[in-house]
Design a protein around this ligand. Structure first.
Ligand code: C2E
Ligand code: CA
Ligand code: CA
Length: 712
């Protein structure tokens, strides 16, 4: 293309008749080349422009002929390209395209119209107009296609698409430029070159004024657009803020509701209950005769259901019960969930005690209705404690506490029932509280001691071990049995500490007796539920064994059936860890809980202790005897030893012997003995310390005789 351009340029320059060129030509050429391509007038509405340089090139064609215009166009092409690109190739290419296209256009005009178009016209004849159309059309087509080819080759895009996209509209520039040139040529013809030329500065001023005006219009438009945008943005901000405010209010309401309600059941929680109770107390104070009651309701078997069917089922049960309670009460009553399976109900404005008792009965019937959980029919019961505002309580806590005491009493009396609070319960509650405080000090004050009840082997007639049983030498109440304080200790979170003391004390004592010749005798230690579940238990047992150097096989740990079955999976892990220490394991009070036989087979147990209630009833009830026989058979099939607890009569002993029960424990043989009595027993069985006498002989002391010897 550049070669072609050079040829065209050289040809034009060669054919140019320099003699015909005058000062006006040079003026025109300088103005054209010097940068008129930068000046353009936008054609309103279509985005096309009239470039002054194009107009001047066409004007040159009209005034000085094609050759002069080609030279000027080529030069103008170079200067205008230089402003866009610094690459010589591009500059020369563009200049060449300009020269070539103009040359072709001029040739075509000459072909159709001869040279008439290039002689200065004095009017805009049809011929001139036709010539201008052909000139601009041909130049436009060649120009645009050549540049499109170059562009599409570089970009690798389809030629037609490139042309349409970039060069369809610029055609206007050419036509407009050509007609503007025609008009100027006409003016020059009418008024002469210089007058028209001198109007150029005026035109320039008009042009720049116009441009400035257009620019300011554009700026104003831009500003307006920006202002509009900022208004829109502000409106958006405002609506966003509005949204945030709404959300805040909603979340405030949510939290207010959440802070006063139980998440699971949606019932009021303790905080809201306290508030309602305060209102009731105030109302009762203002109006004599206004009576209200608080019912404290606790589900009886919730834990078992929760553990066996899973937490989701437990939750479902609570939601169902909550709904039933709510549905069977008046709207003015309040049902609250206090946590776990505990609910409290405020019956406002009741007629008397009878109304409260009647409602409690209704609630119990509602709770009693079966619930379907995980495809199983589950039946629960509730224990309810009732406190009436008869004495006139002055704070919510005390009436709630009394209802709680009454509920506790209902549980003690066999569950699935309700109890009305009376003063004696309060006394008991106060006593329990005191007991708890004293229990906390008992360990430090060394008030606990252990009794040892011998466990005998029925076939050999020998003492094979001892069960360590705790006692509390209470400063005011004398010696207390465990039934008086173990559950309080458990609730107060003290059982693990006490349990650890029992373990250490029992092991130490066994080591002392071992050193006195009592070899091969085991000691059985009871583990409370919380102690068994305590994470540090296994480590503690290991430490004690290490410190006392007791043969681990001589330490037996007793865990009640209900504790083990409460969470059988976890219990299994702990039992295995304990077993790994070498200690033996017994299931205590067997028969009172609900053992799953599959678990029983999996547990690493050494012994089952049949609960003494079975042993007691066995003689009079054939059914119980069969139960005992079944347990013994089961244990034999699992290769587990059996200990019969609470053997009090010879008849019981005989039956057990007939069933080949290995061990027995009970008042028939020994009561729990204080240490010194065991010492005396050991002394009476001299020579115990001799190595060959490894076990104590069985002493069948009559029940009455031993009572004086044993504590309790
Ligand atoms: P247990 O583990 O079943 O212990 C046997 C209980 O039965 C003892 O009551 C014992 O005195 C009593 N007993 C033994 N033979 C007979 C008999 O022939 N007839 C009758 N009627 N009773 C007999 P104790 O010592 O009052 O202990 C009661 C419960 O307290 C124990 O039941 C045990 O569960 C718990 N306990 C005792 N000591 C401890 C301890 O150190 N830690 C823990 N966590 N619990 C203990
Ligand atoms: Ca026991
Ligand atoms: Ca027992």
């Amino acid at each position: 293309m550049i070669g072609l351009g050079l040829l065209v340029f050289a040809g034009a320059a060669h054919n140019l008749q320099f003699g015909q060129l005058d000062i006006r030509f040079y003026l025109l050429a300088i103005i054209t080349v010097a940068g008129t391509s930068r000046l353009a007038v936008r054609i309103p509405g279509i985005g096309g422009r009239i470039t002054v340089s194009d107009t001047l090139v066409y004007l040159t064609v009209l005034l000085y002929g094609g050759e002069a215009a080609i030279v000027v166009a080529a030069l103008e092409g170079m200067t205008s390209s230089r402003r866009i690109s610094r690459k010589p190739l591009t500059i020369f290419f563009n200049a060449s395209v300009m020269a070539f296209s103009l040359m072709t256009a001029v040739s075509m005009v000459r072909l159709f119209f001869g040279r008439t178009v290039e002689t200065p016209p004095h009017f805009l004849s049809g011929r001139l107009l036709g010539g201008l159309v052909v000139l601009s059309l041909i130049q436009y087509l060649i120009n645009s296609w050549l540049i499109s080819i170059d562009r599409s080759l570089k970009a690798g895009s389809p030629l037609l698409v490139t042309w349409k996209q970039h060069y369809l509209w610029p055609s206007l520039t050419y036509f407009a430029g050509a007609f503007a040139a025609g008009a100027v040529a006409r003016l020059i013809g009418d008024f002469g070159f210089f007058p028209v030329f001198l109007t150029m500065p005026v035109i320039a001023i008009v042009y720049f004024t116009y441009r400035t005006y257009m620019n300011s219009v554009a700026t104003a438009e831009e500003q307006a657009e920006r202002a509009e945008l900022s208004i829109e943005e502000k409106q958006r901000h405002i609506s966003e803020l509005e949204g945030v405010r709404k959300e805040l209010q909603e979340s405030r309401e949510y939290f207010r509701h959440a802070s006063l309600h139980d998440m699971l059941t949606g019932l009021p929680n303790r905080a809201l209950l306290t508030d309602r109770l305060e209102q009731s107390i105030n109302r009762a104070r203002r109006h004599k005769g206004h009576l209200f009651a608080v019912l404290f309701l606790d589900l009886d078997r919730f834990k078992v259901i929760n553990d066996s069917l899973g937490h989701a089922a437990g939750d479902e049960l609570l939601v169902t019960i909550a709904k039933r309670l709510k549905d069977c009460l008046r709207a003015s009553d309040t049902v609250a969930r206090l946590g776990g399976d505990e609910f409290a109900i405020v019956l406002d404005d009741i007629e008397g005690t009878y109304a409260a008792l009647h409602t409690a009965e209704r609630l119990q019937i509602e709770v009693n209705r079966p619930v379907w959980l995980e495809g199983e029919e589950v039946v629960t019961t509730a224990s309810i404690g009732i406190a009436l505002n008869l004495p006139g309580y002055d704070n919510p806590e005390s009436i709630l506490r009394d209802a709680d005491s009454a509920m506790y009493q209902a549980k003690q009396n066999g569950k699935a029932r309700h109890e009305l609070f009376d003063k004696s319960m309060h006394t008991r509650a106060v006593m329990l509280m005191k007991l708890e405080t004293q229990l906390r000090r008992a360990l430090a004050r060394n008030e606990f001691f252990l009794c040892y009840q011998p466990i005998v082997s029925l076939d050999e007639g020998l003492i094979r071990g001892f069960e360590a049983l705790i006692r509390w030498r209470h400063p005011e109440h004398g010696v207390l049995p465990p039934s008086e304080f173990i559950s309080v200790a458990e609730e107060a979170g003290l059982s693990s500490n006490i349990g650890a003391w029992v373990l250490a004390e029992a092991c130490n004592q066994m080591v002392k007796w071992r050193d006195r010749g009592l070899a091969d005798c085991f000691v059985s230690v009871n583990l409370s539920g919380n102690h068994f579940k305590h994470s540090g238990l296994v480590r503690r047992v290991g430490q004690i064994l290490e410190q006392t150097a007791l043969d681990p096989g001589l330490l037996h740990l007793e865990i009640t059936e209900s504790v083990v079955m409460e969470n059988a999976e976890r219990a299994c892990v702990t039992l295995n860890e304990l077993r790994a220490l070498g200690v033996h394991l017994s299931i205590d009070d067997f028969g009172t809980g609900y053992s799953s036989l599959s678990y029983l087979a999996r547990f690493p147990i050494n012994r089952l202790k049949i609960d003494r209630s079975f042993i007691g009833d066995m003689v009079t009830s054939d059914e119980t005897l069969e139960v005992v026989r079944a347990i013994v058979t089961l244990a034999a099939s699992l290769s587990i030893d059996v200990v019969a607890e609470g053997v009090e009569t010879h008849e019981q002993k005989r039956l057990l012997q007939a069933m080949k029960v290995k061990y027995a424990q009970g008042f028939l043989f020994f009561q729990p003995l204080e240490c010194q009595h065991v010492d005396e027993l050991l002394a009476s069985c001299e020579p115990l310390h001799l190595a060959e006498r490894k076990t104590l002989p069985l002493v069948e002391i009559p029940y009455t005789q031993i009572q004086s010897a044993a504590v309790n």
